[in-house]
Design a protein around this ligand. Structure first.
Ligand code: NDP
Length: 240
């Protein structure tokens, strides 16, 4: 039986590439998304991967969504906490809504999703949880106190849950991507983006597939000795 992988935000951008890479590696994949039905339907049409719409920032909706995935495909063996948003502005102008929406979607989501699969993983004695953090959670970023706090929080979450579950065949790791060419980064003004690319030693933005390959590596049985780590994939822009 193929292992089951749930990719949150799995229909666009980095998640899109992760879903396809896991499918190609032999997993039975479920791709979650938040609200863009058009993109999700196009993704489903293109890949044949089933899609599940639920808000990962909402505990009850996530619980119901994961129950639906498990009813259709079987217990989740690999969880990729990838869904994320940005609502950038400096702190002195940041509304509670901008703060809370980013914390809900980017950090509370990891609790909401992991909490709803971890007991099953513990019972079965196998699991892989992979959290997509960010370079900006490692170094901070002007205008992103909400996002950097959530992404740094994911790293602390990863290390804690890794310790709690290491003896149960479950690994929990984070990946900290640098700037990857997706809709999220295309929203950054071109002059700002040009300056960012100049700071990347390899001289280009990353591709979603650069991150997808990291996920496939960490999900594999062979990666069972790696837990609580943060895998940096940023073209050399920041060396933690
Ligand atoms: P995109 O904006 O391209 O895609 C985001 C995905 O997340 C979409 O599938 C979207 O669904 C989904 N999503 C958003 N909000 C929710 C929600 N509340 N519930 C469920 N799904 C939701 O983002 P990226 O691919 O660029 O980013 C993916 C992850 O990688 C994020 O966590 C991001 O922070 C992180 N990252 C990205 C970097 C980059 O340079 N792009 C760099 C470092 C980290 P829908 O289509 O319905 O909106």
């Amino acid at each position: 039986m193929a292992r089951v992988a749930l990719v949150t935000g799995g229909t666009r951008g980095i998640g899109h590439a992760i879903s396809i890479a896991l499918r190609d590696a032999g997993y039975s994949v479920a791709a979650n998304y938040g609200g863009n039905d058009e993109a999700a339907n196009a993704f489903k049409e293109e890949t044949g991967i089933p899609v599940y719409k639920f808000d990962v920032g909402d505990f009850d909706a996530t619980k119901a969504g994961i129950e639906a995935v498990e009813k259709d495909l079987g217990p989740v063996d690999v969880l990729v906490n990838n869904a994320g948003i940005t609502r950038d502005t400096t702190l002195h102008k940041m509304t509670p809504d901008k703060w809370n929406s980013v914390i809900h979607t980017n950090l509370n989501s990891a609790y909401n999703c992991t909490r709803n699969v971890i007991e099953g993983m513990r019972e079965r004695g196998f699991g892989r949880v992979i959290c997509i953090s960010s370079i900006n959670g490692q170094k901070g970023q002007y205008g992103q106190s909400n996002y950097a706090a959530a992404k740094a929080g994911l790293i602390g979450f990863t290390k804690s849950v890794a310790q709690e579950n290491a003896s149960k065949g479950i690994t929990v790791n984070a990946i900290a991507p640098g700037y990857i060419g997706t809709d999220m980064v295309r929203a950054v003004p071109q002059d700002v983006l040009d300056k960012i690319v100049k700071q990347i030693p390899v001289g280009r933005l990353g591709e979603p597939e650069d991150i997808a390959r990291c996920v496939v590596f960490l999900a594999a049985d062979d990666a069972g000795f790696i837990t609580g780590s943060t895998l940096t994939a940023n073209g050399g822009q920041y060396m933690d």
